[in-house]
Design a binder for this molecule. Structure first.
Ligand SMILES: NC(=O)c1ccc[n+]([C@@H]2O[C@H](COP(=O)([O-])OP(=O)(O)OC[C@H]3O[C@@H](n4cnc5c(N)ncnc54)[C@H](OP(=O)(O)O)[C@@H]3O)[C@@H](O)[C@H]2O)c1
Length: 287
């Protein structure tokens, strides 16, 4: 049986929806914190196992009868590595055969300005390697869905104000990631492999501004301010300190060209072209 953690999240839910196309529901289990959020999965016959990454007893129960686990990285940054270690330990104790982990598509984490925020992905990878479990690391690039987080809902009027310089990102759609992850979870040949699930084309924020200008017929400007000016501006808008810090770190990582890696792995897995960022932008910002 396959256990998908983070199953009430967008990616986890999407993975299970894709698994259900090829795998009987009684061979799929979902780890959820809040059972009421999993009604759609329960209705389809998916096994619901309740527990958080902090709850070692619940994790031990959740791992019973499981041979493959997809550990979806936590969205709670409070001791995220500790949470992940609990899941890995529980999988090992239950003699799970194979663990799949949603990591990040950054090659040189040690020299990345975003290490304080995302370095725990590589710590998790190392902990999994040390556990002796068979592993597959899915090194996901940034979701297309994060673009609106950084450019704002009114970008066509305000332009883009983001200190990402000329750095590019090979954004991916979460729907494509969910489909590819389900293929990997049920496929063969992924033992102890690292797979870069990243777009086949990378875009800078200047290129995003150009694309937005093209279809909106408005002049969408791109400004890459000094990082200190950016963080002071965000603070001036009353944004909480952790949001200001997160946005600044992502911009610095992008400027450092940490998210530029492109790969055909996703296209090959899907057997079709992944969703283009330009199509995503038209869906979100088009008329
Ligand atoms: N590549 C990117 O651009 C990008 C962007 C954002 C996030 N991420 C990472 O990718 C992961 C999956 O993305 P997503 O879009 O599916 O995120 P999401 O929709 O926010 O889902 C996160 C899932 O993790 C669960 N979760 C959080 N803390 C947990 C804990 N302590 N114990 C057990 N479950 C916990 C949540 O449960 P509840 O429903 O109970 O909250 C939810 O099911 C995120 O968690 C984050 O680590 C990547």
């Amino acid at each position: 049986m396959i256990l998908v953690t983070g199953a009430t999240g967008v990616l986890g839910n999407g993975v299970i929806e894709n698994l259900l196309k090829t795998t009987p529901a009684n061979k799929i289990a979902a780890l959820v914190r809040d059972e009421s959020k999993a009604a759609n999965l329960k209705e389809k016959g998916v096994n619901i196992r309740v527990g958080s990454y902090q709850d070692k007893d619940a994790l031990a129960t959740a791992m019973k009868g499981i041979n493959r686990v997809l550990l979806i990285s936590s969205s709670d940054f409070n001791d995220r590595i500790g949470q992940h270690k609990n899941v890995i330990d529980a999988a090992k104790d239950a003699e799970v055969k194979h663990i799949f982990y949603t990591s990040v598509s950054i090659e040189d984490m040690d020299n990345s300005p975003i290490k304080p925020l995302l370095g725990d992905h590589f710590e998790t990878e190392n902990y999994i390697k040390g556990s002796g479990l068979t592993y597959t690391f899915l090194r996901n690039n940034l979701y297309q869905e994060v673009v609106p987080m950084f450019v704002g809902e009114n970008v066509l009027e305000t332009g883009i104000f983001f200190p990402s310089g000329e750095g590019k990102v090979a954004f991916v759609s979460r729907a494509d990631l969910a489909e590819a992850t389900a293929i990997i979870l049920t496929g063969k040949g992924y033992d102890n492999k690292i797979i870069a699930l990243t777009g086949s084309q990378a875009y800078s924020y200047a290129e995003i501004a150009k694309e937005l200008s093209k279809f909106s017929e408005k002049e969408v400007a791109f400004t890459s301010p000094e990082p200190s000016v950016f963080s002071e501006t965000l603070k001036g808008f009353g944004l909480p300190a952790h949001i200001v810090q997160m946005s600044s770190l992502f911009a610095a990582g992008i400027k450092n060209k940490d998210f530029e890696t492109t790969s055909n792995d996703l296209e090959n897995l899907l057997g079709r072209e992944p969703k283009k960022l330009t199509n995503f932008l038209r869906e979100v910002y088009g008329k």
